[in-house]
Design a protein around this ligand. Sequence first.
Ligand code: PGA
Ligand code: ZN
Length: 428
Amino acid sequence: MTDTTITRVHGRRVWDSRGRPTVEVEVTLACGVTGRAIAPAGASTGSAEALDLRDGGASFGGLDVANAVSSVNRDIADMLKGRDASGQAAIDRGMVELDGTVNRGRLGGNALVATSMAVLHAAAAAARTPIWRYLAGNQAVRIPLPEIQIFGGGAHAARRVDVQDFMVMCPGASSFAEALDWTAEIYRAAGALMKRAGKLQGVADEGGYWPAFDSNEEALDALVSAIADAGLAPGSDVGISLDIAASEFGSNGRYTLALDGRTLDTEGMVEMLGGWLANYPILSIEDPLAEDDPAGFGIFTKEYGSRCQIIGDDFLVTNAGRVARAAAAGHANAVLIKPNQAGTVTEAHEALIAGKKAGFGTIVSARSGETEDVTIAHLSIGWDAGQLKVGSFSRSERTAKWNEVLRIEESLGTQAVFSGWSALPFHH
Ligand code: PGA
Ligand code: ZN
């Protein structure tokens, strides 16, 4: 028998895709294997997320993580040494209890999630199996439908346009590899189009083109043009997916659109987005209303849920209880799964299971601050999420994840099943 007893837990500070400090954890087992993982970081965070613990003070804009790293090297290491890494749920529960706060603010959500994922890596390594298969066991899994950003916006592009992510999804592709081929052509076509229009100004935080547009609709028009320029059919081959991230510009039922200088109420937002749904081949909309507007989510889902995926991100914060309540109330039909929003792998999985139980679409997601860590690629397959969102089609912290899924799809050969349309909740 392989001895999966944890013998060493080591935290250190490393750097993320925005050049900010983050937490890396290494977990070593008695059998000699090591697992390693890095915490990601959001910019447009939900207020009920696990707390990303930062030191404050002068260095690195207050974003240093010395406290979170010492949580790992002291309290967490003391508790985990001698425990069995193959008992992920017990380990995660132990860390949550050790933290003792609702928002994981004592030890830090960043300390917890990096440790939790590192334990998973170590346990899978001890079992000599890829993480996705370690998680799936004998269960059938699908290769996820990718949501890939073409234009960045919102908090990831200095609020140049209101909408945060203008993305494409390729449910008409026959494989993940083909979905990436198509997306590569769309990304290239979008770049060429921006260049012709004199609007090429580099990329936003997740690698999508900087949104040098005069309105949100102009970005939507450009996206449809790029799909057509790539020789693909908007709506059947390829659809549009938007992350409105409405909590960034709305609260208390008031939404302030920076570009058009307009303020809308909930009904106005629903009407504007309904207009976009009527005029563009949109398959998915994330956070159409703010996190404090469940009634708005209800109105929007009732009206459009039968033909559009409606995702709760800041609204549901990868929390199983919130997902179950939203499902019962008809407040969304899909949930974004970000492990660091929950704090541990086990809690993120519970939120995903709650989503599946409700017939929701489930999308494993990266953050805007990322690294070379590819754990989420494995989670999306091992948990059979059906969808994966990791930002754009440029920059290695993004392509690392896409490339990992490519490798896994290839390793499955003819056994690989691409989720495609089956991943979308309105397509039963
Ligand atoms: P964040 O953005 O990682 O900055 O929170 C991603 C998202 O809103 O989906
Ligand atoms: Zn979001």
